[in-house]
Design a protein around this ligand. Sequence first.
Ligand SMILES: [Zn+2]
Ligand SMILES: [Zn+2]
Length: 357
Amino acid sequence: MSGRKLKGFLVPFLLLFFLFFIFGCQLPPQAPPEDGGVEGVLQGLEVHFLDVGQGDSIFIQTAEQNILIDAGEKSQGEMVVDYLRGQGVEKLDLVIATHPHSDHIGGLIQVLTDIPVKEVLDPAVVHTTKLFEDYLTLIAAKDIKFTEGRAGMVRDLGGAVLEILHPLAPTSSALNDASLVTRITCGHISLLLTGDIEKKSEREILDRGVPIKSTLLKACHHGSSTSNSPQFVQAVAPEAVIIMCGEGNDYGHPHEEVLETYSRLGVAIYRTDLLGSIVVSSDGETYTIAGEKGAGPAENYYEPDFELLGSVNSNRYHRPDCRHIADIKAENIIIFQSRKDAEARGYIPCKTCKPVG
Ligand SMILES: [Zn+2]
Ligand SMILES: [Zn+2]
């Protein structure tokens, strides 16, 4: 590790440690008073993954702050504003625009118009669209503080800490890879929010050695196979992933190989196209995930497109290429049409071949 790299790694790390030391993480009191407690004040953290169709919009609320990351396409702006108002939001302390693509900044036009915003943070790369121009004009007209987001920045959110892990040196020629990557930590729970970064940035983040292990992950780039490399997912090692994509979108997001990567690594998959908006609540110790259209994710697990095999003499089901298949006599083999089929018949996944998540 070169001196410069070491410094790039140590400075944000020490800063984070320092912030934690001073502010800690606001956890619920040991024994909450029966009454006399402040009603309606959030303890811990809530993160809302808004269903904006094909696009991203993430609302984060702590005891002290309201933060919005992206707001979907322009047509989704009103929905985002309504959603925020429905959550009692009167002002936003921070708006993060991950990168200038329309499925991320479009809805911000309405948000910046309707809701008072203290500060906007974006990667400060240029994009030659009318939409991006309108967005910049609005920030200037409303006299909103603008900050260039760079890896190494740390913010105390009052009850949680926000770190920017990427980019170091973004360029306008690779907008997806210019995406701001944010990690939110509250006590023992952390979330990694990755915008539309692609494999190149995933590699760059891994090479830099910044700590990225997180409890929950927002899939990179709507679950596209241009991103979500197994190495990156393995390093984050999330318990669950939230994939933000539109029902029947033109890009085929999420891509099959990405669903397979998450399933094979045992990561529970939550998708906004199937569940609507998804809300994560945490007290810093545990968390819950709830979808607007159902609890998820069991019924949304990826179903592999290969047959699953089992034996009449055991209760395990396998991939067809599992080494245990060779030990089963041909007359004892059972073929299952799906994971549901196997599990309905009392079979559980083989630990060797891990046929599904
Ligand atoms: Zn996008
Ligand atoms: Zn993009």
